[in-house]
Design a binder for this molecule. Structure first.
Ligand code: ADP
Ligand code: MG
Length: 313
C-alpha cells in the first residue's frame, strides 16, 4: 500500500473511533489468523452484579454481607464493587437521591457504613484475605480456600456448580477458617459479542477466550458467545504465555483486552487491541484502541487492514 493509502485508512479508522498506532500495526492486522479475547470487560460488559447469596453458617445475611463488603472495600477487583453495591442496597442504605443516580461514583461515594478491615492482602487470581471484627476473612475462589485449609463441602460444591453452569461466578467466603457462604455474581455478555465471533469465524479467523475465572463459568460464557476454545483459570501473567504459544505454532495472533493483566499479552500479540473503556495500561500497551468499546470494531479494524493491504482480486 502507498503511504497515502495508509494515511487514508488511519483516517477512516479514526472516524470510526478506532485509533491505530502506526502503519506497521495497520499492516499486521490483515494477516490475523486467530483472535484471543479476554472475558471480563472485553466479551462481557464488565459491570458485574451480585444476583444471589447463600449463607451456610448460623449468621444473618446482613452480617455476612457487611463482613464481605468490609473485606472487598480494599480490593480493586471488579467483583469487589459488585459486592459493595449489593450490600449497600441490601442493608437499606440507598437514600432516594442516591438510588436515582445509577452511576458507580454516586453509589460508591458514601463508604461510611463499611466496617474497617485490617491485614488486607490480595492474592492475584485467587481472592483476598483480611481481618474484620477480629475474625479472619477469606473471599475468593476454590483455590484460595484450598490453599488456606478451608473445606468446601459437597453441598457447597453442588451449589457452586449450579451457579457456574449459568455463566455466573461463585465467590466463596470463609470466616475463621470455616466456609460461611457464597455469592453468585453475574456479568452479562456484551450484546454484540456472539455476532462478532460469528463474523470473525466467517472471515476464517479462529477465536479463543482466556480468563482467570473458573473453567465451568468460562465454558458457559464462551458457549453463549459461540467460542469453542476456552482457556480458564489462567493466572495474571499467564495470558502472555497463551499468546506466545500460539505464535510458536506459527499463528498470527491478535489479543483483545481491557485489564491491567491483559497488557503484557496485548504487547506480545502481533496485534493488540484495547477496549477504550479499559485501563490506561492496556490502552498504552495496545496497537489499536477501540474507543467505542464495541467488539464490532475488531471486525472493522481487520477489514480496514485487509482492504488496504490486500490487492483486490
Ligand atoms: P478475571 O479474568 O475474571 O478478572 P482474576 O484473575 O482477576 O480473573 O480472578 C480470578 C478469580 O479469583 C475470580 O474469578 C474470583 O473467583 C477470584 N477473585 C479474585 N479477586 C477477588 C476478589 N476481590 N473478590 C472475590 N473473588 C476474587
Ligand atoms: Mg478484562
Amino acid at each position: 500500500a502507498t503511504p497515502t493509502a495508509v494515511m487514508v485508512a488511519t483516517g477512516v479508522g479514526a472516524s470510526n473511533g478506532i485509533l491505530i498506532k502506526g502503519g506497521d500495526a495497520l499492516e499486521r492486522a490483515h494477516k490475523i489468523q486467530c483472535v484471543v479475547f479476554d472475558k471480563t470487560g472485553t466479551l462481557t460488559k464488565g459491570k458485574p452484579s451480585v444476583v444471589g447469596t447463600k449463607v451456610f453458617m448460623k449468621i444473618d445475611t446482613a452480617d455476612f454481607l457487611s463482613i464481605v463488603a468490609a473485606a472487598e472495600a480494599s480490593s480493586e477487583h471488579p467483583l469487589a464493587q459488585a459486592v459493595i453495591d449489593y450490600t449497600h442496597h441490601f442493608l437499606g442504605f440507598d437514600a432516594p437521591h442516591v438510588a436515582a443516580d445509577t452511576s458507580d461514583t454516586a453509589k460508591s461515594k458514601d463508604t461510611s457504613w463499611i466496617k474497617k478491615a485490617s491485614a488486607f492482602e490480595a492474592i492475584p487470581g485467587h481472592g483476598i484475605l483480611c481481618e474484620v471484627d477480629n475474625k479472619k476473612i477469606l473471599v475468593g475462589n476454590r483455590k484460595l480456600m484450598l490453599d488456606n485449609g478451608v473445606e468446601v463441602s459437597d453441598t457447597v460444591e453442588d451449589y457452586l456448580q449450579s451457579v457456574e453452569k449459568q455463566a455466573k461466578t461463585g465467590v466463596i467466603v470463609a470466616i475463621n477458617g470455616v466456609l460461611a457462604g457464597t455469592l453468585a455474581i453475574s456479568d452479562p455478555l456484551k450484546q454484540e459479542a456472539a455476532v462478532v465471533i460469528k463474523g470473525l469465524n466467517s472471515m476464517g479467523i479462529q477465536c479463543i477466550m482466556v480468563t482467570g475465572d473458573n473453567q465451568r463459568t468460562a465454558n458457559a460464557v464462551a458457549k453463549e458467545a459461540g467460542i469453542g476454545n476456552v482457556m480458564a483459570e489462567v493466572l495474571p501473567g499467564g495470558k502472555v504465555d497463551v499468546i506466545k504459544k500460539l505464535q510458536a505454532n506459527g499463528e498470527v495472533v491478535a489479543m483483545v483486552g481491557d485489564g491491567i493483566n491483559d497488557s503484557p499479552a496485548l504487547a506480545a500479540a502481533d496485534v493488540g487491541m484495547a477496549i477504550g473503556a479499559g485501563t490506561d495500561i492496556a490502552i498504552e500497551a495496545a496497537d489499536y484502541v477501540l474507543m467505542r468499546s464495541n467488539l464490532e470494531d475488531v471486525i472493522t479494524a481487520i477489514d480496514l487492514s485487509r482492504k488496504t493491504f490486500r490487492r483486490i482480486q
